[in-house]
Design a binder for this molecule. Structure first.
Ligand SMILES: CC(C)(COP(=O)(O)OP(=O)(O)OC[C@H]1O[C@@H](n2cnc3c(N)ncnc32)[C@H](O)[C@@H]1OP(=O)(O)O)[C@@H](O)C(=O)NCCC(=O)NCCS
Length: 148
């Protein structure tokens, strides 16, 4: 979230203060019982290559899970985000707390929209979405029914 290339579709790089705040929030997510932020690790080398996580959110008067993912540039284009997101979805489903899982990629984020399509999300339509706080983007609202 501090890198210009990685945040092209996410409102641009965040300041060091924001990154520290975000990291603290991520580390507390599991103990709050409101989701999980997971590190994606390359099994062969042990390298940390990205993250995927889900968290509770109120969306159109409903309590849902939102999911998001990131893979470092050197590891992109190998199916890692798709595979890791499939595993995170399995965890969200096992939690059994929320029926619907949404993803809100920018309409211009080709790779993320491809991941949603591939993993069985349904495209509900376009929406305005604020991420991070203060940055309004045109996004697709993709939804997966965890109970289906
Ligand atoms: C989005 C992101 C996680 C994709 O990671 P990745 O590991 O390269 O994704 P995958 O290899 O699993 O590819 C997913 C799909 O996107 C396609 N794809 C990947 N990179 C692409 C690109 N630059 N342009 C077009 N399609 C692309 C792949 O072909 C694949 O589709 P397919 O399975 O139908 O072939 C990565 O680009 C990223 O971290 N971007 C910056 C952060 C970000 O935008 N996060 C998403 C917020 S919603």
């Amino acid at each position: 979230m501090g890198d210009p290339a990685m945040t092209e579709h996410l409102g641009g790089p965040e300041s060091v203060e924001k990154l520290v705040e975000r990291q603290t929030r991520y580390e507390r997510l599991a103990e709050s019982g409101q989701g999980r932020m997971l590190k994606i690790v390359d099994v062969d080398s042990g390298a940390s290559v990205g993250s995927v996580g889900y968290w509770e959110k109120t969306w159109r008067d409903e309590q849902i899970y939102e999911i998001g993912w990131m893979v470092l540039p050197a590891f992109q284009g190998r199916g890692i985000a798709g595979a890791a997101t499939a595993q995170a979805i399995a965890l969200a489903r096992a939690d059994g707390k929320r029926r619907f899982l949404h993803a809100f990629p920018s309409v211009e984020n080709v790779a993320s929209n491809a991941i949603c399509r591939k993993l069985g999300f349904t495209l509900l339509g376009e929406c305005e979405f604020e991420f991070p706080v203060g940055n309004v983007m045109r996004c697709n609202d993709w939804r997966l029914d965890l109970e289906a």
